[in-house]
Design a protein around this ligand. Structure first.
Ligand SMILES: [Zn+2]
Length: 415
């Protein structure tokens, strides 16, 4: 099983928007670009909403049937470790093995020694086509990378093998993610991470490093765009070089866990992809859920009431809702309107405040992040929320599809 050159990770917290999401992918196809949809939902999301991994599979299959999608698609066991993986295994065919927590946990020194010896041919200067000047590599540096990453990659192999025992070889896509950590992985580190992965024989097809800058949930990139662009290009050069030098899958590509809406870096990503003729997996997160809220607000009536109630709930329960997301949100409390103020808004005002449109002076990234983490409040409404989604499906689906296209266009289609 191989993942195609371009793929997009789409989240659908409540499992209602698969058709709308696919309609955007079909629209991209009409414009000449094939993008493989991959539905991703993490253990964290499942436990907050009280759904099971099997529900993601059911929703994905149903959407594919309903739309008549004939292309490939996948269901991603997103950010899994050995502890939580089991319910994902029968229903997933894409596994994001998350070993970020094990970075800096030291492996057995004998294994680090072996890693250093094995990579001794790269000591000196690593001349990577596309990167100006050779990258200096010493035995000490290799030892340092071994100490930092080897244990994490050994764990990735354990998880991979665990999946193999149940699904067999070649029946799923393997991704390794290291993005949920504070410190970015620089291009030369990525090379030796890939070396360890190749040497431990994990057939990884997508790799998700932590890139420089902040990837907060649902809002734009925060950081130095030029530095990101430079390093992203170098990462692509490393992936291309590593694919040739090491025995890695020929279709290996970067996976960007974007947290959605990183519009300011999509241009540089596309430019670099074209330069290296590289593929990309772009993973988005809760954008679809926010579009549900925008659609409900615009629908008015009970829809708007629900949207306001969710804002109030999220505002009042901030600490509880923010705790699992602390490292990926930056909310300025002083810039959040009071729930009483929001209660007086019409649907247009609610939508303009929430929709990620920097040209609209009402757009408020604090409100957007707060609502992003507020899906627990909607989940607790149960049927009332789900019924409203069905009742106002037309306006909700239009917003969901538009939003997915807003990501596809700058990345895969171009201006
Ligand atoms: Zn991630």
């Amino acid at each position: 099983m191989k993942i195609a050159k371009y793929s997009m990770g789409i989240g659908d917290r409540f499992g209602q928007q698969g058709e709308a999401q696919l309609s955007a992918i079909l629209a991209a196809k009409k414009l000449g670009v094939d993008v493989t949809p991959v539905w991703n939902k993490s253990f964290r999301e499942h436990s907050i909403i009280h759904t099971e991994p099997a529900d993601t599979r059911t929703a994905a299959d149903a959407a594919v049937q309903a739309v008549g999608w004939h292309g490939p698609y996948f269901v991603d066991a997103d950010h899994v470790s050995l502890k939580i993986i089991d319910p994902f295994i029968p229903v997933s065919d894409f596994f994001t093995l998350d070993v970020a927590d094990l970075i800096n946990v030291r492996a057995d020194p004998a294994k680090i020694e072996a890693f250093v010896d094995r990579n001794a041919p790269f000591v000196g200067a690593l001349a990577v086509p596309g990167i100006e000047g050779a990258l200096p590599t010493t035995r000490d540096l290799l030892w340092h990378f071994g100490e930092k990453y080897l244990h994490a990659i050994e764990e990735a192999r354990r998880i991979y093998r665990h999946v193999v025992t149940q699904k067999g070889h070649r029946n799923f896509i393997t991704e390794i993610s290291m993005d949920e950590t504070d410190e970015p992985q620089r291009p030369v580190e990525l090379f030796f991470i890939l070396a360890a992965i190749a040497q431990l024989e994990i057939p990884v097809q997508t790799i998700a490093p932590k890139f420089i800058g902040r990837f907060n949930k649902g809002i734009d990139y925060a950081g130095d765009v030029e530095q990101f662009a430079r390093e992203f290009e170098q990462h692509l050069a490393i992936v291309q070089f590593a694919t040739k030098e090491l025995s890695l899958s020929a279709n290996l590509k970067l996976s960007v866990h974007s947290g959605s809406d990183k519009f300011s870096i999509y241009g540089p990503i596309r430019k670099a992809m074209l330069k290296y003729d590289a593929g990309l997996h772009i993973k988005t997160a809760g954008t679809t859920w926010l579009e549900e809220l925008i659609g409900l607000a615009l629908a008015g009536g009970d829809g708007l009431e629900i949207a306001k109630k969710i804002y109030r709930g999220a505002f009042e329960r901030y600490d509880e809702l923010a705790a699992p997301y602390a490292s990926v949100i930056d909310i300025d409390h002083h810039l959040l309107p009071s729930p009483a103020a929001v209660d007086n808004w019409d649907g247009g005002r609610y939508a303009d405040t929430l929709r990620h449109d920097r040209c609209n002076h009402l757009y408020n990234s604090n409100v957007r992040q707060l609502l992003h983490i507020g899906y627990k409040v909607a989940a607790e409404m149960g049927d009332r929320y789900l019924k409203a989604l069905k009742k106002y499906n037309k306006v909700v689906a239009a917003n969901v599809a538009d939003n997915i296209l807003r990501h596809l266009q700058p990345l895969f289609i171009g201006d």
